[in-house]
Design a protein around this ligand. Structure first.
Ligand SMILES: NC(=O)c1ccc[n+]([C@@H]2O[C@H](COP(=O)([O-])OP(=O)(O)OC[C@H]3O[C@@H](n4cnc5c(N)ncnc54)[C@H](OP(=O)(O)O)[C@@H]3O)[C@@H](O)[C@H]2O)c1
Length: 272
């Protein structure tokens, strides 16, 4: 039997991109899935395109930035099948803005979704997993959870912070048989750059070239699910960009110089 068969799995950010690809693969592998995101119409589309079987899928619209609603949502998710085996914290928003343009409200909104949304949803399901003495928390970080690049200062910070938090949680709950996996994608061809916040909180609305050339989410999903099933603690999936993390560990000064040279701040001030 495969790792996911008959398991109940909750995926946030299931209305597009990586989350949507995970839904298709997990349904094919015999899991029962709770799908969450803000756009209910998109969740209904994902539900229809994956068999529309209410025994196998529960549509649970949710804004992970509304922290006061997460515990009620967790109760609904757990009550559906009477248990929750895996939580995939995938919902997230990226950023395309310079530090000097960005105000504190936008910084807080990114942290509310990417960091506190993930932390609080995990805390909402944790007592259930601790009682069962089993479970698996999966967290969608990024290569940018290990290194930082221009115009993503807050996004990188939210993803770096997830590593600090979930490495500690892993150590706390290891003895209870609950696993924690941090997933670090490179460039995946989704709408992440289109949905990214600009300095004023509006959408970047552009499919960046690096994203357009990225790995297809359907390819990413299969690679990711294999490594999650192997209970890997942390791993990277993507193209050549994932080697930047190793380079940073071995030659931090070199990566720092490369990142500096590509800084769009320099280009902006040279041209303005
Ligand atoms: N694509 C990449 O290259 C890449 C690389 C590294 C990491 N990642 C990470 O992968 C994850 C998935 O992103 P993606 O690439 O698939 O981008 P995407 O296509 O933009 O998907 C993002 C998903 O998150 C949901 N979401 C956003 N804000 C939410 C909120 N407040 N509450 C609930 N759901 C919310 C969106 O649905 P609604 O709009 O319907 O809420 C959507 O389903 C993110 O955490 C991202 O940081 C992506």
């Amino acid at each position: 039997m495969n790792y996911y068969q008959n398991k109940t799995i909750w995926i946030t950010g299931a209305s597009s991109g990586i989350g949507e690809a995970l839904v298709a693969d997990l349904i094919a592998q015999g899991a029962n899935i709770i799908i969450s995101a803000r756009r209910e119409a998109e969740l209904q589309r994902v539900f229809s395109e994956n068999g529309a079987d209410a025994n196998r899928m529960l549509v649970l619209p949710l804004d992970v930035g509304m922290h006061e609603k997460l515990h009620d949502a967790a109760r609904t998710a757990i009550d559906w099948k009477g248990r929750l085996d895996i939580l995939i914290n995938n919902a997230g928003i990226s950023q395309r803005a310079f530090v000097h343009d960005t105000n504190l409200d936008i910084e807080k909104r990114l942290f509310d979704i990417n960091y506190f949304g993930t932390v609080e949803l995990t805390r909402a399901v944790l007592p259930h997993m601790m009682k069962n003495r089993s479970g698996h928390i999966v967290v969608m970080s990024s290569v940018l959870g290990k290194m930082s690049v221009p115009m993503r200062s807050t996004y990188c910070s939210t993803k770096h912070a997830l590593h600090g938090y979930f490495d500690a949680l892993r150590a706390e709950i290891h003895q209870l048989g609950i696993h924690v996996t941090l997933v670090c994608p490179g460039y995946i061809k989704t709408e992440v750059s289109i949905n990214a916040f600009k300095a004023d909180g509006s959408k970047h609305a552009t499919l960046d070239a690096s994203q357009a050339k990225g790995m297809m989410p359907e390819v990413f999903s299969k690679k990711m699910l294999k490594k999650v099933a192997a209970r890997r603690e942390e791993f990277y999936v993507g193209g050549i960009e994932i080697f930047a993390v190793l380079m940073k560990r071995l030659f931090p000064w070199l990566v720092s110089r490369v990142v500096r040279r590509i800084s769009p701040v320099i280009r902006r001030f040279k041209t303005s």
